[in-house]
Write a protein that binds this ligand. Sequence first.
Ligand code: ZN
Ligand code: ZN
Length: 421
Amino acid sequence: MADATVLAGAAEVSAQLADFYQDLHRHPELSLHEHRTGQRVAQALRPLGFDVTEKVGGTGVVGVLTRGAGPVVMLRADFDALPVQEQTGLSYASTVRAAGEDGVEVPVMHACGHDMHAACLVGAATLLARADGAWSGTVLVVFQPAEELARGARDMVADGLLQRFPKPGIVLGQHVGPLPAGLIGHASGPVMAAADSAEIVLHGRGGHGSRPEATVDPVLMAAHVITRLQGIVAREVPPAEAAVVTVGRVQAGTKDNIIPSAAELGINIRTYSPQTRELVRAAIERIVSSEAASSGAPRPPELTWTLSAPLLVSDPSATQATVAAFTGYFGADRLLPMPVVNASEDVGVFGEAAGVPTVFWFWGGLEYETALAAVRDGRIDSLPGNHSPHFAPVIEPTLSTGIEALTVAALTWLGRPPATS
Ligand code: ZN
Ligand code: ZN
C-alpha cells in the first residue's frame, strides 16, 4: 500500500530531526521576531525540492511541492516562542533573553511546543517529498509566525498567501499538549475557543487622597467595572452557552494618598459561538461606558480591541475522514476523543479566508507512564501544560507521532497518481 511505503521512513526521519528540534528549542524567538527559525526551516525545505518563499507576512515561510494535477493540501505549523523563563532542566533548555513587546528584556522559551510543530512539519515534508509516485497534487507547507499574538495567520493572508501560492482545498494542523505521548486527541466542530482581548482606559480626575470630593476616582470606577463584568457570564450569557471574561490586568496609581487620574484594565474573553462572542463584546462596551458615565467621568473611556482569534472549527465531515485514517494507521487505542479546549488558536483564519475546511487535532507530549499514572490518580492537571516553564514534550514518541499524523492526514486529502501497469 502506497501510504505504508511513504510512512515506512518515519522513524528514520524523526531520528534525523531530533537535533533540528533541539536546536529550535535552544534558540526560541518571540512572536514577530522568528528570523533565525524561519531561515532554519527554509534551509531544511529547499534540499527536499520545495519551492520556498521566506518573509511571508513578516517571518513566515511557505513551501510548495507539486507532483502533477490534484488537490492542494495545506499543512500548517506555527513557530513562535513565549516570554517564559525555562525551568525544565533539560540539556537543551533555552537560556535566551530578548527584548519584549515594550523593549524590556525578557526570558524566552518554546513553552507552547511550537518548535515541535515546526520540526514535525519539516518531517512530514521530508516523507512526502521522498514519496515519489505515492500521491498527486500540491503540498503547501506553511510555517506561521506570531501565533501567540493571534496575528501571524492574518498577517500571512494579508501578504497574499492565498493569491501568491496555490490555493488550498483543505487546511491541516496540529498542536502538542499535555496528553500522554503517542496519543492523538481529536474533536469535531468547535475545538478551540474564540479569543478577544481589550485594553481599557478609564478616565477620572486625580487629586489628593484626603479630598475625594474634588476628584473622580478611577480606582473605584475600575472596581465597579470589574465586578459588573462578571455579571455578563452569570446573567447575560444563556446558561447552555459557555464564555469566560477575565480581567487579567489592572493598573492605577502610584501612591496611597494620591487619587490617580486614570485606571487601565486588560480584559480577555473566550467564547464558543459567534452569537455569544458578539453578545459578550457588546456587553463589555456597554458596561465600561455606562459605569464611567455613572461615576461622573470627565471624559468617556477608551476601549481598544487588541487581539482576536476566531473560533476554531474542525470541519465535522473532513475531521471524520481524517480521524478514520488516523485510526487505520495508529490503531484505535492511540486515539482519544477530546472536549473543547479553552485556549485559542489563529489557524482557523486560513480556512476561513480560503473558504475551505480546517482539520485540527492535538497530540501528546507527556512521558507516557507519568501521564498515565496522573490520569489514573485524577491529577492530570498537576502535569505541566502549554505555557508552563516546565512544559517539555519528550522527544520520542512525540516527534515521530506528530510527523506521522501530519503525513497520514496529508495523504488522506492528496490525490492518487494514475495507476501504471
Ligand atoms: Zn501558546
Ligand atoms: Zn500554541
